[in-house]
Design a protein around this ligand. Sequence first.
Ligand SMILES: [Zn+2]
Length: 323
Amino acid sequence: MSQKLFVITAIALLITNMGLAQSPPSGFVPPPLNPKGVKLKVVPLGSKVYALESSRPPVDNAGFVVGEKGVLIIDSHINGEMGKQIIEAVRSVTDKPILYLVNTNGHADHTFGNYVFPSDTIIIAQKLTKVMMSPPLEELKTRNLVLVGGDKNAFVGVEKRMPDVTFDKFMEIDLGGITVELHHFGAGNTFGDTVVYVPSVKAAWTGNLIFGEGSIPFLLLGNTEAYINTLSAFQKALDLNIIIPGHGIPAKQAIFERYVDYLKTLEEAVEKAKKKNLTLEDTLKSVTLEKRFTIPENLSSHDFYAGLHPFNVQKIYLEKSVS
Ligand SMILES: [Zn+2]
């Protein structure tokens, strides 16, 4: 199979298996998440709270919080090697036990590292995230190859490890002297997106709900209305200094306005196109990215970020076709 055909087939497979019956439009490229050579930088966000920032965005970020009783980790990354890098980062700061690991969504790049964490670490996920992780491991590996450029080596050794505990809307964890909150505000990029919030430093990890400074949303699974409602509820509920996205550059509060403005503007434009009975193809041509949402050229992996717009146009067009 040619590389191009492989990519198209694999993306279609990835998306179809995620419950979305659509092939991606031209211009969309999958997020390049192969972690080969990536280093996670330990960035203190205040007392006891650390971001783990990927040296090559949009390869995944992660993080951890250290309490008197032990440590909570946010996301386990895409394979065992990266999971071990997270453990090493924790060990560079503390020798306290790793009590909890939270998966912010069910994608491979947030969960495939689960198996390298201590057997007594309690893995927590929103209940729909657990469902997302339930297909057989080999199927998940095949489906997610597209994220690592078809490099099977990226998943060698990965073992299945499911969450031990699930929650629905909210869960609070006392680590001793510091509290961590888990919020599910509704569907966004996936059905079970989780925000991990540390009130003492006003920091939130958002998984794929937010793709970092300068980005636009990725309407992968949740529908547009749900995504807007989720972002609004999130913004209203939490007082924020910093957002550590699952991918990309840390962001500020202003990202909420950008995301909601983008989604509402796009929804309106696609609705207009539908009223004029434009085909999907013509809608993709006419609903271009408004100037104020331009993706900065220096954003690492610009092609991926720029390709999100046609993907979102198609997603909304198909949404409006069934409603
Ligand atoms: Zn992700």
